[in-house]
Design a protein around this ligand. Structure first.
Ligand SMILES: Nc1ncnc2c1ncn2[C@@H]1O[C@H](COP(=O)(O)OP(=O)(O)OP(=O)(O)O)[C@@H](O)[C@H]1O
Ligand SMILES: [Mg+2]
Length: 199
């Protein structure tokens, strides 16, 4: 069930109706990672977070820094990596990744759907959101910059990456259906997507 959200003078407050979602968010915020908001307090079903000054990163496609985003996500994955799987952001839709107002950092928010899975599951799903915003040439360049930066910190398995593209497409389309939108027809073409974001 959807959490209740409100903004206080200096904080972002979130009250949950699902204890599993609360547990997942707390699991991340207790690590005090540089790419997340700070946990100000937690009690009952509520968490209070520092108020981030930023905007969903694809709202301003002209200020897009794929390398910085790759590095940020790699650092997040690295913080919960067992050598094969890691804690994945999972609901990595563009509203849950903010570009800071001064354009120097990306922040991840909303860990209610956190999953322990292969990093390739998180990465390929995130890239699918780029398809509606960029042309093919941009996509291939941005994907390359993103992956190059990511792999400076974290490994990517090529075979697993390609296996996860169709799985992520299915998850992406299911999410659209859950939100009452039609599946993205372009996205049903797995071979085309492999061409864009394949390794
Ligand atoms: N600490 C924060 N500071 C500023 N803005 C935030 C913060 N956390 C989240 N937001 C913004 O508020 C939005 C909603 O928060 P969140 O994603 O945690 O809740 P949600 O239950 O998924 O809500 P929604 O379904 O509306 O996305 C985020 O997409 C983000 O833009
Ligand atoms: Mg959200």
């Amino acid at each position: 069930m959807k959490a209740e959200l409100w903004i206080g003078e200096d904080r972002f407050c979130k009250r949950f109706f699902d204890s599993d979602e609360l547990k997942k968010e707390l699991q991340v915020y207790q690590k005090q990672l540089p790419m997340t908001a700070r946990l100000i307090s937690a009690g009952g079903m509520q968490i209070d977070l520092s108020l981030l000054q930023g905007r969903p990163y694809l709202d301003t496609p002209l200020s897009f820094f794929p390398g910085l985003l790759g590095r940020t996500l790699a650092a997040f994955h690295q913080s919960g990596f067992d050598g094969s799987k890691c804690w994945c952001h999972w609901d990595n839709n563009p509203k849950n990744i903010l570009l800071s107002e001064d354009l120097t950092a990306y922040y991840l928010v909303d860990f209610a759907q956190l999953e322990f899975d292969f990093p390739e599951a998180d990465l390929t799903h995130l890239l699918l959101f780029w398809i509606q915003h960029f042309n093919d040439e941009q996509l291939r360049l941005f994907t390359k910059l993103f992956i190059n930066a990511y792999t400076l910190l974290m490994p990517i398995d090529k075979e697993r990456w390609n296996q996860h593209i169709p799985l992520s497409i299915r998850r992406f389309n299911q999410r659209r259906i859950d939100f009452g939108k039609a599946p993205d027809l372009l996205l049903n073409n797995t071979r085309y997507i492999q061409h864009l974001i394949g390794l």
